[in-house]
Ligand binder design. Sequence first.
Ligand code: MG
Ligand code: ZN
Length: 198
Amino acid sequence: MLENYHNILLDRDGTVIEERHYLADPDQVQLIPGAASAMRALIRAGCQLFLVTNQSGIGRGYFSRAQYDAVEHRMLHLLRNEGVELMATAMCPHAPSDACGCRKPLPGLWEKLQATHGLDPNRSIMVGDKTADIRFARSAGLKAAVLVLTGHGRQTAKSLNLPISQTRALALDRSKGADLPDILAPDLAAVVDMLATH
Ligand SMILES: [Mg+2]
Ligand SMILES: [Zn+2]
């Protein structure tokens, strides 16, 4: 199944690195256990990895662009140590009140990546821990939306009346609800396990 999903779009906070409320300190960057090896497996399978992240802390004035860059730099360093290279990061720096077109769930960051990298939505999936990530996958017309239970994922799953105790990825019927993901998984590693074996 992995060959059908060439482009893996990943949310950052709560999906790749541990959720910290408005993360601004590079020393607080911590990879979620198993995330890097899962990403490495995806790359080995021929997938391209992209990060798609809302960083309204910049627009809200909670931290500077330079602090964001330091956090990004630290994360890329940790990933590189694990043999993981991202194709690109697409980031929205705006506050909700800025009414931009690039804050997830709006598709602006997808359009930017698509224009730069020529991505096919039918071969692209989004993995994230919030409803905004699932809606983003829909607004961009992506092949699939994946909800992980790391970060805010448990809260998100509860709000969607989804189970939170399973240890493996689960395929869902998205026709049963507008915000339902196609796949619910404990974490990124379980997503990759599922994609690799189906
Ligand atoms: Mg997140
Ligand atoms: Zn924006």
